[in-house]
Design a protein around this ligand. Structure first.
Ligand code: ATR
Length: 274
């Protein structure tokens, strides 16, 4: 069923090959799915080379998601909103299509795997970079009551709120004022602090009594935020492993026109990485 790859830098620890191979086995498909490490300056040419050699689709992860969006000729609405892409698919004539499955994957993980209905939730989004932009619109689409965006650099949060353009529901506050904002039902950590090995300075007061705390990263990068959430009394504390698997399922369906069952893949990987 073709050749696929995930591009990142670094990339050797990516779970994407295992996830796509597990999905392929559900349908008896044979596919090749490799990891390709490309430094930022080499990224776009590496993708073009991969497609020229017959590659049928590429996932893209840090730090290339913005470059992936920019190199594409055709962009889905989800990609345009985020300004980033995690999926590139070759089109006839050497053109490339960009899509972003991050927001849909996050919402499906929360609402379906973890069975939490987001409608009416007050949501706090920590961070305003590529990861935050990838999920903000999907949280609003899922029916959160309000989305409060807080970023270390306030200008970036303001730019995201302006891009959303729904001031009654999506607005910004200052990080320094977090202790005075009251309690939230949903807190999403979309900062890269954990990946960078840094801890966040967060007051317990933001955690409401039914709060769901979610870190978009998984494994070691998420442990600091999740430990904070549990100490603060959050009802739920989840890392982004389920989101990663759901985003892969959307990608798999886009490429193979088949909907994989994510539950067994989550069960297996959660034992090792959750
Ligand atoms: P990503 O693609 O992971 O979102 P990014 O676009 O570089 O990466 O965005 C990183 C986000 O994490 C930003 O919101 C960043 O805040 P700034 O805009 O102020 O840089 C946030 N971030 C990174 N390290 C942080 C830290 N130690 N404390 C708080 N926020 C941090």
């Amino acid at each position: 069923a073709g050749q696929f790859a995930v591009f990142g830098h670094p990339i050797s620890h990516s779970l994407s090959p295992r996830i796509h191979q597990a999905f392929a086995r559900q349908f008896g498909l044979e596919l090749s799915y490799q990891t390709i490490d490309a430094a930022p300056a080499a990224f776009a040419s590496a993708v073009r080379e991969f497609f020229a050699q017959g590659g049928a689709g590429a996932n893209v992860t840090l730090p290339h998601k913005t470059a992936a969006f920019e190199m594409a000729d055709v962009r889905s609405e989800a990609a345009v909103r985020a300004g980033t892409a995690n999926v590139l698919t070759p089109l006839p004539g050497g053109r490339i299509a960009a899509h972003n499955t991050d927001g849909a994957g996050l919402v499906r993980d929360i609402t379906e795997r973890h069975s939490v209905d987001l409608r009416g939730h007050t949501a706090l989004l920590l961070g305003a970079g590529g990861a935050a932009r990838g999920v903000a619109w999907s949280l609003l689409d899922a029916g959160v009551h309000t989305l409060t965006i807080v970023n270390r650099t306030p200008e970036t949060a303001d730019a995201l709120a302006d891009a959303i353009g729904d001031p009654a529901r999506a607005h910004t506050r200052y990080w320094e004022d977090l202790a005075d904002l009251g309690a939230f039902d949903l807190i999403v950590n979309a900062t890269s602090a954990g990946v960078l090995g840094k801890s966040l300075d967060l007051p317990f007061a933001v955690v409401g009594n039914r709060a769901l705390c979610y870190d978009l990263s998984y494994g070691a990068a998420a442990t600091g935020f999740l430990a904070w959430a549990r100490t603060a009394g959050a009802r739920y504390a989840f890392d982004g492993l389920g989101m990663l698997i759901e985003t892969a399922a959307d990608t798999f369906e886009l490429w193979h026109d088949k909907r994989p069952d994510t539950d067994p893949v989550y069960a297996e990987l959660h034992q090792q990485y959750g």
